[in-house]
Ligand binder design. Structure first.
Ligand SMILES: Cc1cc2nc3c(=O)[nH]c(=O)nc-3n(C[C@H](O)[C@H](O)[C@H](O)COP(=O)(O)OP(=O)(O)OC[C@H]3O[C@@H](n4cnc5c(N)ncnc54)[C@H](O)[C@@H]3O)c2cc1C
Length: 405
């Protein structure tokens, strides 16, 4: 039986980040990925400054990525072009990096650091009582002191470990494809916040044009489960109607591939246990305010590996506490906020306010992107603190009066 210090299941950003950190610390690491090298992941490919900061922390060069200077917010007739907020915590630029290439760069760094990659190898945890003691893959057993569960949106492994999303809490669905456009090298992400479904109901979510700088643009739409009739929402139709909105302004060609949809988990019933820690989407770490999860995946992957290297015995509980401290309050506020904007009237009027002036739109960007400076939190920090408190008080009412009942 092969034995490693650390086994990682899943070679997305979260798993790769854990593998890079652990292998660079001299630990023996194996990564199991059920798909092949160069696999794609359904995603918008957008990296906020927070995600760029995490990549820099990992020492990943961004030469292959297209640099992004800010966000263009569109709400009905109103268009606001905003620069990323200046903070001392994060760089002042974002990027678009198609996942096929971003994930390959991360995995290459893990291999270079000494991690062993098992491709086309679906892994299932093996247990000794309550404790995870390794994995089974390719008909063989591999043992390790710790297993990092980086399996993305919950599936079989999450079910085994009781780490599925929490019923009744918000989650998201999104769909994307690629198109050619002469504006492929635009330096702004574009988000249209005023989507309506085929029945004219305002959708809590947004349509995006994320220029990749390689001749193509990632086009997609995403929606939160808190809207009325969410189960009937047809994402293909929503994408078609968004395409119609941007067709002329971006001069886009036909879809380059069949649009594909995937889930955005925003909670997890458990994210640790004896012998295991869940990171990234497997831990429900997606920002409900904008659907981004790459940065949280990278950060939680690094954190899990660092804590394991420091002390394997206490790593799962320390990880749970550290993730709670770093992300939970923001993500909880985001989920409460998503109940609120599930109501079309609140969504419409809230949007008018959120992009009403340049200054307020800038605060909206800082809050929604979780780009708040810890030393000088500024207006965005103050808004978030007030929102935190107000939404906490309103929580029971928000749940009782949710649009998606
Ligand atoms: C349409 C859409 C658009 C999005 N846009 C953005 C965006 O622009 N910016 C952003 O930051 N986030 C975005 N997200 C979210 C982002 O894609 C995820 O948060 C991110 O991929 C999470 O990384 P991860 O490593 O946790 O999981 P993943 O990237 O999903 O990787 C998990 C890996 O585990 C593998 N796996 C699963 N089970 C097993 C098993 N049993 N054995 C072996 N391997 C296994 C899978 O094959 C997969 O490769 C978007 C999501 C969607 C659906």
């Amino acid at each position: 039986m092969a034995t490693y210090d650390l086994i990682v299941i899943g070679a997305g950003p979260a798993g790769a980040a854990a593998a890079i950190v652990a292998a660079r610390k001299g630990l023996s690491v194996a990564v199991f990925e059920k798909r092949g090298y160069g696999r794609d992941k359904v995603c918008g490919d957008g990296l906020t400054p927070r995600a760029v900061g995490a990549l820099q922390q990992l020492g990943i060069g961004l030469d292959g990525a297209h640099r992004i200077d800010g966000l263009r917010m569109i709400a009905g007739p109103r268009v606001r072009e905003l620069a990323w907020p200046e903070t001392s915590r994060f760089p002042a630029h974002g990027a678009v990096w198609p996942r096929r290439r971003l994930d390959a760069a991360l995995v290459d760094a893990a291999t270079e650091a000494g991690a062993e990659l098992y491709w086309e190898s679906e892994a299932i945890p093996t247990m000794d009582g309550e404790r995870v003691v390794g994995v089974k893959a390719n008909g063989q057993t591999y043992s390790s002191e710790m297993v990092v569960v980086a399996t993305g949106a919950p599936g079989q492994v999450a079910r085994m470990l009781g780490a599925e999303r929490i019923d009744g809490e918000p989650f998201g669905l999104a769909i994307r494809t690629y198109v050619e456009s002469p504006r492929h090298a635009d330096r702004h992400l574009e988000a249209c916040l005023t989507l309506v479904d085929e029945h004219g109901t305002a959708v809590p979510g947004y349509g995006w044009m994320f220029p990749a700088g390689d001749g193509t643009v990632n086009i997609g739409v995403g929606a939160l489960s808190t809207m009325k009739n969410f189960k009937q929402l047809n994402l293909n139709h929503l994408l078609d109607s968004y395409r119609g909105l941007v067709e002329k302004t971006w001069d886009i060609g036909p879809n380059l591939e069949r649009p594909r949809a995937w889930r955005l988990p925003m909670t997890a019933q458990r994210r640790h246990g004896p012998g295991w820690m869940a990171v990234g989407d497997a831990a429900g770490l997606i920002n409900p305010m904008n659907g981004e999860g790459i940065d949280y995946g990278l950060e939680s992957g690094m954190l899990a590996a660092e804590l394991f290297a420091a002390d394997p015995a206490t790593a799962p509980i320390k990880y749970h506490l550290a993730v709670g401290e770093r992300f939970d309050s923001f993500l909880r506020t985001g989920r409460r906020f998503s109940f609120l904007i599930g109501h079309p009237w609140i969504l419409r009027n809230g949007l008018k306010l959120a992009v009403g002036t340049e200054a307020i739109a800038q605060i909206t960007l800082g809050v929604m992107g979780n780009l708040i400076d810890s030393d000088t939190p500024g207006a965005a920090g103050r808004v978030l603190t007030v929102a935190d408190k107000a939404l906490a008080v309103a929580d029971p009412v928000l749940r009782r009066t949710r649009a998606a009942s």
